[in-house]
Design a protein around this ligand. Structure first.
Ligand code: FES
Length: 116
């Protein structure tokens, strides 16, 4: 579990990035908090620098959209989901509970090695 910031420090429509074994993007989508892996599954863009629309984030590099509730891309060029992570609020502080599944990271690493 990683502490992100106080609730009032991440107002609706804003995002931030924390390090929790991997970079994690945390969003306040109209009062609902979501956390996903920060790195877009298409290339290496930071989703925390993307554009939040409701509970969707648009990648800042090639405009793929991801559903923050599921991590699924809703349009190309991204084809694979980003991992989602549970978020809790404790004593006014946002916490991210990073998902242990690393199979997706292994796939990403293998693809990057294949491209290199
Ligand atoms: S890096 Fe995100 S859509 Fe290309």
């Amino acid at each position: 579990m990683v502490a992100v910031c106080r609730v009032e420090e991440l107002p609706p429509g804003e995002s931030t990035r924390v390090w929790a074994d991997v970079a994690v993007a945390v969003f306040n989508a109209d009062g609902e908090f979501y956390a996903v892996d920060d790195t877009c599954t298409h290339q290496d863009a930071s989703l925390s620098e993307g554009f939040l629309e409701g509970c969707f984030v648009e990648c800042p590099l090639h405009a793929a959209f991801f559903d923050l509730r599921t991590g699924m891309p809703t349009c190309l060029p991204a084809k694979r989901p980003v991992r989602t992570h549970p978020v809790t609020i404790e004593d006014g502080v946002i916490h991210v509970h990073v998902t242990a599944n690393t199979s997706q990271q292994s796939e990403n690493a293998q693809e990057q090695e294949a491209v290199a």
